[in-house]
Design a protein around this ligand. Sequence first.
Ligand code: ARG
Length: 581
Amino acid sequence: MKERITSLVEQALAGLRERGELPDTAHPEVQIERTRDKSHGDFATNVAMVLAKPAGRKPRELAEQLVAALPEDPAVRSVEIAGPGFINFFQSLEWLSEQLASALEGQRLGVPPAASPQNVVVDYSSPNLAKEMHVGHLRSTIIGDAIARTLEFLGHHVIRQNHVGDWGTQFGMLLAHLEEQQDQASLSAELSDLEDFYREAKRSFDEDPEFADRSRALVVRLQSGDEYCLRLWRQFRRISLSHCFQVYRRLGVSLSEEDVRGESAYNDDLPRVVEELEQAGLLTESDGARCVFLDEFRNRDDELLPLIVQKADGGYLYATTDLAALRYRQHELAAERVLYLVDQRQNLHFRQVFAVARKAGFVEADTELAHLGFGTMNGPDGRPFKTRSGKTVKLGDLLDEAEDRALALVREKNPDISDEELAEIARVVGVGAVKYADLNKHRTSDYTFDLDQMLSFEGNTAPYLLYARTRVASIFRKAGVRPEDITGTIRLEFEPEQDLAARLVQFPEVLEQVAERGLPHLLCNYLFDIAVLFSSFYENCPILGGEDESLRDSRLLLARLTAETLEQGMTLLGIETLERM
Ligand code: ARG
């Protein structure tokens, strides 16, 4: 409600500035407070008094102007001016209660389906298959999945694209190394650890000139479509992808085999892409390489920056493939919006690719292209997360550790749960904690990986939310009723009820924001607020045991909407929930 009123006041201020009734420079910070005395309404602001002095105006007069400029809002019953120039807001509890009732009807918690559903391509996860998935791919995978799920829930047509790195020169040395494995058994043993496999191939490549030559020859053969090389490559690719899918399954990520469309899928389009750039008059040759120079991309010394699309030796690059992918997404997938969940450090790459694709006519003018970059996950030393010995951390190992720690924690709290149930709870808590810790940070900021903090039952963490969810479930168990059997209206007589209700009805707006800005942390913050508000409601407004049955039902309904909102919110974040823990 505070945010809602803040926004109303800000709109009123903007209106006054536009009409010249306030100087353009008048941008006061709008403070909305809850009132102590209900005869002064539910919320109040002193913004007119704060503004009056610098604007050289009388506070009450200014307050009147502001009130006149406030947009209508069904959640606000009335507005009054009091004392030296306070503006008091009375919220409409009938409106709130009606909103809650309609959220409880149907399956969508009051979230309307998108008025104009879009075809949205979400490019996420997209690891390089030469190596094993590591923590660097966690953020793209988890954040992308939450955004894809949210867009889908809002009624958009989401096309997931896992743009895996399955092509390129490093496959030469991998194939050369693969060739050296004599039989099937030694091969699968070797490939059980892709990281080691890659390291050994790289060592041979660096130390053994004969191996290096063989690698280079293999790449040439691979690229010219040699069947033997293609067979080896397919074998490697299949195994590497199966490692990825193991991780996806564990993480509960909604990516399937059909969503994989890697770099290799665009091979045949690459000559065509370069040709079309040529026809569009965009190509310049520089040291034998073919580049696009656009005026808006310059380095610090104001020199033009190239986007290289073909090397002097004829080879194509990451950028060429991305141009081909955009062309495909526009023409074949009919994308109206394309979102890229990729490390912030690739921002220049995407800005260049987008600009070139538009100039070349690969994408239509009204197709939205957005690089949703993210920061780095750091270790305790503030540098990109590595193992003690300096290796990259494998996702599988990381999840193992999270689950082990969760198991110890849950066992300590519930010594009498069966081992089987304990293991299941630990899995949900461990995986959920890792995912949630990533999701609840602003996408663009770096963050420190800290298992203790992620697994804490206090603060904005998965365990806290999961626990809140189980608490609601236990109320219904205690009451001996099924949530869906409760009927009646929701009465909002006490402040904790009103606060919880006011936040619950914001679910649709929050999802809209997540989808529009690609920021799942907004949903995390929202769910955390709901859990905190619920806990204060629970402590201050006894649900069971009273005489008044309609009050009991009203509170059970509020609990039910809380549970459903938490449940739906967690599902959109890709986090499983528990009935008890
Ligand atoms: N494979 C790349 C990497 O690991 C990410 C690909 C992102 N998607 C894209 N269309 N470029 O850095």
